[in-house]
Design a protein around this ligand. Sequence first.
Ligand code: NDP
Length: 322
Amino acid sequence: MATVILVTGGTGLVGKAIQHIIDTEPEGSRFGKRPNETWIFANSREADLRDPEETKKLFEKYKPTHVIHLAALVGGLFKNMKYKLTFLRDNILINDNVLHTSYKFNTQKVISCLSTCVFPDKVEYPLDENKIHSGPPHESNFGYAHAKRMVDVQNHAYQEEFGCNFTSAIPTNVFGPHDNFDLEDSHVIPGLIHKCYLAKKNGTPFVVSGTGKPLRQFIYSHDLAKLFIWQLREYDDVEPVILSVGENEEVSIKEVADAIVKAVGFTGEYSFDTTRADGQFRKPASNAKLLGLMGGFTFTPFDKALDSTVQWFLQNYNNART
Ligand code: NDP
């Protein structure tokens, strides 16, 4: 039977990675394209998913049997803090339109993308799939977090009332080609890559904010893409799955900066501005459910994935989101 997979947000960091895996893995392999599949990667120019009519037209055009729903208003800390209502409303509208239109069009399966930002601020670590609603999120991003949490609520309600096969994925910090490398409004890895590149180009010091000590779990976008493809084909349950490297694979910000310095080939002055805030020391998430279900998965070593990302940035500087 023909399968049409619509990837919303298909032109962003995660969407481009899924497209890369579908284009490069051997056809018919666990993560490769299947002969009966058509993959559609949509962006906001094709349909602004905040608008129900545009969402409907997108579904009428492609008649997807499956949806990987990545589209979201995303941004760094500053943007999240400044535009809380916009993050709340835009994401509620996007998610509600995608889920309700999927239901109306009898879409067989929808996987929506949440984030570890949705977890409570005060919570016992490690994070796991049962703790999403067990306390308020951090106040800095409560708009984004509440909108994303509602997807899990909606998934349960669509399943209970209409029997829909809707579920969600919870990635930790993602990095890779096609990321947003903006200096002000990006995540830590793309921001530091851009900063280090400029320090090398301008012969200025490379200064990393904070002590470099906090630990984070980073997942390479190409690995995450494979996990989404697995979830699409092999996971049929409403409960979310955390898509992440293991708790024992946390990396410090200093290790990230060291790897960037090496990959960029920066030899100038390099220091940490310890007067700047560090954020939380660690917020580990468990990938036990994922590995138990998949029967193991080999993640790309961090240094290798980081080097590929830096090489992509250097080769695509003029077209990258900077
Ligand atoms: P990007 O910012 O790289 O891409 C966002 C995508 O969403 C783009 O294709 C964009 O299209 C599309 N989009 C945004 N607004 C709309 C809209 N109104 N209508 C239609 N499409 C829209 O995001 P990522 O790839 O980083 O994120 C993908 C998902 O992963 C998101 O749901 C995010 O919350 C989640 N996530 C990301 C993490 C990370 O570290 N990056 C961590 C955890 C979760 P266009 O370019 O045309 O605007």
